[in-house]
Each structure stands twice: as structure tokens, then as C-alpha cells.
Write a protein that binds this ligand. Structure first.
Ligand code: ATP
Ligand code: MG
Length: 491
């Protein structure tokens, strides 16, 4: 893995001015496992003002004294590079923010405040030589795929309870290799379970950001299940646990919670968009509260309506953007659409499109696929779904009609001095025929001229031409339908 020249330049400049500087944290971890880092962090013994003096194109962003350097790089991850002075974190009386930020004198002090051993390594870059500074066994843990707190895990989680979620986030995001999953070290694991309740003190925005990172990964569903096993899920989405251990009726082989997670898992495996994943996870969230009866004949009437309301509350609580909430709520509310071929009429599809919004239709079908696979049904997109897609495209297509023309009935009546009657429509039909043959003819001047020419013809001639034009148009419509059918493999 090559270190970009932008990073090397910054380190070199700091060194030349007499300061220590290292790349540190997640980017060192990622280089060592041959992954491109999401962002680059540099740490130094220079103070913010000293850094800014060396790099005038920079700004101070946060209360931690981080200086952001602007580079000219084309690479998104290198446009802004953060340099943070060595620091110590002292008391966290609110369990969120350190009470005061103190600069540290040594790199060691700075590494000590970092959360996990694999995130607490630094790398020295001097004269093209790289040296890893690993004070807490991060290299070994990286090799064995172990998340282990730096220092005393109990104290570290008490300092900042978001680390409880970060531990699980790293377990699911660092790799996706089956058989080689990351694990949490025993003492760290125990401390997570014991301190789970501290998550209550963490702001919903920070919780949301970690949750999103978990869901973005291929292992998102595994992440949710680990959160549950470690007692964290009830501080994030407690509603999910209502379905834990709850059986369904004879149409289902999985329990409610299992089914929601398996649906999410399919969405994660397929790399569906984040909001589709959230909808897949929450689509049956209303089931526990609507369950009636027990055993093979129990029912969940209206669970999609109750589920949509619950989804709204959950996502509002987690401070998701309003637009995203609206979308996921719709996906949950309408996930139960019928799609047996006989039940799919153009009007029912039109209604579904109106309800969920044409822009969300594809995603709704993705949720439904996830739902199907999550029920243990092997095929995600049978003929029925393709047929539904076909009808949807058909009803969304602009109708071929005289409304497309740049002239209308009034123009015809004015130019030919006619009263309303069948002849007006016939003239328009003829004009539409011209335009369908050659779209460039849909021009006001041209069409007005043609109207004048048609005025020279007899009524019988006009009626005959209009008749021919309509037959031609039907052929074009049929051809278009054939093409749509072919697109969806409907014969
Ligand atoms: P990502 O790949 O998502 O960027 P990262 O490990 O780089 O993961 P960041 O949130 O970018 O995580 O933070 C950079 C580094 O800062 C971490 O690797 C870790 O050393 C330290 N760090 C971040 N957040 C915390 C925290 N809450 N407690 C302790 N150290 C933290
Ligand atoms: Mg990072």
C-alpha cells in the first residue's frame, strides 16, 4: 500500500520545522491490512497555531484542535487532511465529551486515549522508510482479527459509551470474509455487556451514525444480532426485540425477529441502498403489536400500517433526515402489495405507484425481494414480479395521443373556420401520424401549414386519412408494448 504524496509532504514539512508527525489511527490499521483508508489522520506535537503557520491553507474545525489542511488532490479522501495535536482526554463527566482537552507531550500519551488496539497504532514516515509504532499489541490483534480495548475496557467504555457500538461496528465492517470473522476480546466483551446501559447517555445522532456504518456493511444483519446479544439493541431500536422469539403462522418458517434480520441480510448481501436495507429490517416491525391468536392460525392484520407508524417514530428518534424517513415509511407501509398476475390490473398498479411514488417503486420491489428471501423462499424475482414491473412501466409511459402535438383543436378550428365536430379530431389524428413518423415535424409553423393544406381536401378524404393514421398508431402502440414485454421477459 502506497502512502500518498500529499500525506508524505505534510509529514516532511512538519519534520523539517522540527516537529514530530505520524499517520495514526484507522488509516494505519487500513494500510496494514492493504485497504484504502476512508480518511487520513496525522498527529503531531505541534500546536494548532504552529500547524496553521506551516500550512496557511487550513482551518481549525473542532474543539479538539484539529487543523484541516486543504490540498489540491483529485482524490476525495485526500482533499482535506486532518492534523490533530497529541492530546490526553481527561474526565468525561457527561459520558459524551471530555471536560477539557489537554495537549499531550508524547505520542504514547496520544495513542493511549484511542479506543481499540488496532486503532491505536502510528506510523513513522522518514526518508521513504516506514516504521509502525505499536505500543498495545495492535499488530497481533489485527492479524488475529481481535477488537480489544486499549487499557482497562471498563474505564474506556465509561469514558465514552459510543465505543460500545464502535466495537461492534469494527467487528462487522473490517472484513467480510466468511470463516474469518472479527471477534471481540473476552474482557472487552464482558465490559460491553456490563456497560450497555451507558448507551442511553449517548446522543441519538452519534448512535445513528454508527448504526448506519453497521448497516452499510455486508455483515449488517450480523451486526444487529451482536448488538442484541450484548444488550445494546434495546437502547437503539428496542422495537426490534418485541419480535424476538415470537412465532408466526403456518405461512412462515421463521420467527418475526429472525425474519426481519434475514431480510436485512439479503439486502446487505445484495448491497441494496441504505434506505432499502432499513426498510427490509423494519418491514414487519408492526407484527408483534398486531398479533392475534397463537399457533399456526395467528394473524397480523394491519401490521403494515402500525409498522409504518412505528418506523416513523424510530427514525425520527434516531434523527434521520425527514426525506429519508418519508421514503422508508412508504416502503414499510406498502410492502404488502399483491402481485399475483390475475390481481395485477393496470388500475391497481396505478394506485400502488401513486401511494409509494414512482421514484420509490424499484426500491419497493427490492424490499419485497428481501422479504421473500428472508422467509426462506429461494427465488427472489419470479415471473410475478417481472410482470408487475412490466405493468408499472406500461402505466408510467406517456400515452401516445394528440396532446403531444404543438397545435390543438382550437388551432384547427380557427385556421379552417370549423365548428366543434369529428373533423377537428380527424385532422389532429392525421397530424399525429406525421409526427410519429418524424418527430421533427412537431413544429407549430409546419403543422399550421399542414392544417391549411388539409383544408383543401374533401370530408371523405380527411376521414379516410384519419382512419389510416389511427391504424398506424395502433401498430406503433403494439410495437412499444412488445418491446416493454421483451424487456421484462414476459411473453
Ligand atoms: P473509519 O474507517 O470509519 O474512518 P476510523 O478507525 O478511522 O474508522 P474514525 O472515527 O475516523 O475511525 O477515528 C479515527 C481514529 O480516532 C480511530 O482510529 C481511533 O484511533 C480514534 N477514535 C475515534 N473515535 C474514538 C473514540 N470515540 N474513542 C477513542 N478513540 C477514538
Ligand atoms: Mg478514519
Amino acid at each position: 500500500m502506497k502512502i500518498p504524496k500529499e500525506i508524505k509532504n505534510i509529514i516532511e514539512k512538519l519534520n523539517k520545522t522540527g516537529f514530530e508527525a505520524f499517520i495514526v489511527g484507522g488509516c494505519v490499521r487500513d494500510i496494514l491490512r492493504s485497504k484504502k483508508p476512508n480518511d487520513w489522520d496525522i498527529t503531531t506535537n505541534a500546536k494548532p497555531e504552529e500547524i496553521q503557520k506551516i500550512f496557511p491553507k487550513s482551518f481549525i474545525e473542532n474543539e479538539f484542535g484539529t487543523v484541516t489542511i486543504l490540498t489540491e488532490s483529485e482524490d476525495e479522501t485526500l482533499k482535506e487532511i486532518e492534523i490533530t495535536p497529541y492530546r490526553i482526554e481527561s474526565e468525561y463527566s457527561d459520558l459524551r465529551h471530555p471536560d477539557k482537552i489537554e495537549w499531550a507531550k508524547t505520542l504514547e500519551e496520544d495513542l493511549k486515549r484511542r479506543d481499540f488496539t488496532v486503532n491505536a497504532m502510528a506510523m513513522e514516515i522518514k526518508d521513504r522508510k516506514y516504521k509502525v509504532i505499536d505500543l498495545f499489541g495492535g499488530l497481533k490483534d489485527l492479524k488475529n482479527k481481535i477488537i480489544k480495548a486499549v487499557g482497562n475496557p471498563d474505564e474506556r467504555f465509561k469514558e465514552d459509551a459510543l465505543r460500545l457500538m464502535r466495537a461492534i461496528r469494527f467487528v462487522v465492517t473490517l472484513d467480510n470474509l466468511p470463516c474469518f470473522e472479527w471477534e471481540i476480546e473476552e474482557r472487552t466483551k464482558t465490559a460491553i455487556k456490563e456497560n450497555a446501559h451507558l448507551l442511553e447517555k449517548i446522543s441519538n445522532e452519534r448512535i445513528r451514525d454508527e448504526l448506519v456504518k453497521i448497516l452499510m456493511s455486508k455483515n449488517g444483519a450480523r451486526g444487529i444480532e451482536i448488538l442484541r446479544r450484548y444488550g445494546l439493541l434495546k437502547y437503539i431500536i428496542p422495537e426490534l426485540e418485541e419480535g424476538f422469539g415470537m412465532g408466526q403462522n403456518k405461512h412462515h418458517i421463521y420467527q418475526v425477529y429472525e425474519h426481519m434480520l434475514l431480510s436485512l441480510n439479503y439486502a446487505c448481501q445484495k448491497d441494496f441502498p441504505l434506505l432499502v436495507k432499513i426498510a427490509a429490517l423494519l418491514h414487519d416491525i408492526g407484527k408483534p403489536r398486531t398479533k392475534q391468536g397463537e399457533g399456526p392460525n395467528c394473524t397480523f392484520y394491519n401490521h403494515e400500517v402500525v409498522g409504518a407508524e412505528m418506523t416513523k417514530k424510530i427514525l425520527e428518534r434516531l434523527k434521520f433526515p425527514k426525506k429519508d424517513i418519508e421514503k422508508v415509511v412508504k416502503l414499510v407501509r406498502y410492502h404488502l402489495f399483491y402481485y399475483n398476475k390475475d390481481e395485477v390490473s393496470e388500475s391497481s398498479v396505478r394506485r400502488l405507484l401513486r401511494n409509494v411514488g414512482p421514484e420509490n417503486f424499484d426500491d419497493l420491489l427490492k424490499v419485497r425481494q428481501a422479504d421473500r428471501i428472508g422467509s426462506g423462499v429461494p427465488k427472489a424475482e419470479p415471473f410475478r414480479l417481472r410482470y408487475l414491473r412490466y405493468v408499472a412501466e406500461k402505466v408510467l409511459q406517456d400515452p401516445i395521443s394528440v396532446k403531444m402535438l404543438k397545435v390543438n383543436g382550437n388551432d384547427v378550428m380557427k385556421i379552417l373556420n370549423l365548428k366543434p365536430g369529428p373533423k377537428v379530431g380527424q385532422v389532429l389524428d392525421i397530424l399525429l401520424g406525421y409526427v410519429l413518423n418524424d418527430p421533427s415535424k412537431n413544429d407549430r409553423n409546419f403543422l399550421e401549414n399542414e392544417i391549411k393544406k388539409l383544408g383543401q381536401l374533401s370530408d371523405t378524404e380527411i376521414s379516410q386519412l384519419a382512419q389510416n393514421a389511427r391504424i398506424e398508431r395502433e401498430k406503433i402502440e403494439q410495437k412499444r408494448d412488445e418491446m416493454t414485454k421483451q424487456k421484462y421477459w414476459i411473453s
